[in-house]
Design a protein around this ligand. Structure first.
Ligand code: GLN
Length: 186
């Protein structure tokens, strides 16, 4: 099994370390020709969604990735990656728009921009969650399912081949969300 990690900007290297610990092959997707390589799953990292979306367009990678996701390639979006997948982004245009979620960017305000907590993740149990200028999911619809919630804010969800977290599992030492993603591929 090989995972492609989008590596245009943001926290992509950390995902590679997690996959190394789980013994999964991976490579970085930096340009259009990297998308011709064969891979079984895709990670969209955290960073700045507007910058990543713009680069995807400029590098001519946008349509090809969108098609792969629509055809069922397992994809894991963290934070900015979550925003890229959402069909609805409050006060912003959507990007891939493949996942039935409505998202609010920078949703915790300036003071609480970054924080750490522990919370229940459906099918895993309690895990550490690290939030960095994070979005949250206001609403899931169609067959999208809530996997984790903090108060009334949804922070993880899945819809078929798409998994998203508003937090960054790759900056903790807990491998379970990445393991969950690899199990979606198997
Ligand atoms: N605030 C960023 C955005 O709106 C997301 C932050 C992150 O990925 N850590 O794209």
């Amino acid at each position: 099994m090989t995972i492609g990690i989008l590596a245009l900007q943001g926290a992509f290297a950390e995902h590679g370390y997690m996959l190394d610990k789980l013994g999964a092959e991976h490579f970085e997707i930096r340009q259009r020709k990297d998308l011709e390589r064969s891979f079984d799953g895709l990670i969209l990292p955290g960073g700045e969604s507007t910058v990543m979306g713009k680069l995807l367009g400029e590098l001519g990678m946008f349509e090809s990735i969108r098609e792969k996701i629509q055809r069922g390639m397992p994809v894991f979006g963290t934070c900015a990656g979550l925003i890229l997948l959402a069909k609805e982004v409050e006060k912003n245009p959507s990007w891939f728009a493949t996942m039935s979620i409505r998202v609010k960017r920078n949703a915790y305000g300036r003071q609480l921009g970054s924080f750490y907590t522990e919370q229940e993740f459906k099918g895993i149990g309690m895990i550490p969650m690290s939030f960095i200028r994070a979005p949250y999911i206001e609403k899931v619809y169609d067959d999208a399912e809530i996997l984790a919630q903090i108060d009334e804010k949804i922070v993880a969800a899945r819809q078929k081949n798409q998994l998203v977290t508003a937090f960054h599992p790759e900056v903790t030492d807990n491998l379970e969300v990445h393991r969950y993603f690899l199990n979606m591929i198997r």
